[in-house]
Design a protein around this ligand. Structure first.
Ligand SMILES: CC(C)(COP(=O)(O)OP(=O)(O)OC[C@H]1O[C@@H](n2cnc3c(N)ncnc32)[C@H](O)[C@@H]1OP(=O)(O)O)[C@@H](O)C(=O)NCCC(=O)NCCS
Length: 182
C-alpha cells in the first residue's frame, strides 16, 4: 500500500500544513488545484484550465497509486484546502518498475514558504524506504530556476535534455531531465 503517515509541518510564514496521501475523495479538488496552478506558472505541462484529467480519471490515478508498491500521490493541506501536490508515478513493466517519475505543484500564494521543501522531504522519505524503487526521474523547464534549485537540494542531478518537448505555437523549447538514485 503506497500511503504515508501524515506529516504535520509549520511553513516558513507560520501556516500549519498537513501532508498526507491523497484519497479518492480529493480528486475533484485536486483537478481544480491543477487547473489553477497551470495559470500561475509558465513551466507546467498545461495552462489555466487545461489539466488533462477529469475528476473521475484523477480518482483512478489515486486509487492505482494507493494500491501500487512504487507510486505515491501526496496532497498538502492548509486550512482544509489543497495547496500543493507531489506525485511519484511508478513505471509498470518488469524492466522499468524500479523507477518513478516525480511531479510537484505549489499554489502561487505558497511559493517561497518551504512547502515544496516539505513535500519533497515527505516524498523522498517514502521513496528511500521503499525496496521497490531504485531511481527517480523528473522533467522540468531548464529556466525554472526555483524548481531546479529545489531538485538539486534534494540530490537530483541533470541528466540531459529532451529536444522540443514544450511547444507554444511555432516556438519549441527543450525539457531538462533530472534523476537520482534512492
Ligand atoms: C517550483 C516550486 C514547486 C517551488 O515551490 P516553493 O514552495 O516556492 O519552494 P520552497 O519555498 O520550498 O523552496 C524550495 C527551494 O527552492 C529554491 N528557491 C526558492 N525561491 C527561489 C528563488 N526565488 N530563486 C531560486 N531558487 C529559489 C531554494 O533552493 C529553496 O530551498 P531552500 O529554501 O531550502 O534554500 C513552485 O515554485 C511551483 O510550484 N512552481 C510552479 C510549478 C512548477 O514549476 N513545478 C515544477 C515543475 S517540474
Amino acid at each position: 500500500m503506497a500511503v504515508i503517515n501524515p506529516w504535520k509541518v509549520v511553513l516558513d510564514e507560520g501556516s500549519h500544513c498537513i501532508i498526507r496521501a491523497a484519497e479518492e475523495r480529493d480528486a475533484r479538488e485536486m483537478v481544480g488545484h491543477s487547473d489553477l496552478v497551470g495559470g500561475e506558472s509558465p513551466y507546467l505541462d498545461y495552462g489555466a484550465g487545461e489539466f488533462f484529467y477529469t475528476a473521475k480519471e484523477e480518482a483512478q490515478v489515486i486509487r492505482y497509486a494507493r494500491a501500487a508498491a512504487n507510486s505515491l500521490v501526496l496532497v498538502a493541506v492548509v486550512s482544509e484546502e489543497i495547496v500543493g501536490t507531489l506525485t511519484l508515478q511508478g513505471q509498470i513493466s518488469e524492466r522499468l518498475k524500479h523507477g518513478a517519475w516525480l511531479g510537484i505543484t505549489v499554489a502561487r500564494d505558497f511559493w517561497g514558504t518551504g512547502l515544496a521543501r516539505a513535500l519533497m522531504g515527505a516524498g523522498l522519505h517514502w521513496a528511500e524506504g521503499n525496496a521497490a524503487l531504485r531511481v527517480l526521474y523528473l522533467l522540468t523547464h531548464p529556466e525554472n530556476a526555483r524548481a531546479v534549485a529545489l531538485f538539486k537540494n534534494f540530490g537530483f542531478e541533470e541528466q540531459g535534455r529532451l529536444k522540443h518537448m514544450f511547444r507554444s505555437g511555432d516556438h519549441f523549447e527543450d525539457a531538462l531531465c533530472m534523476w537520482r538514485e534512492v
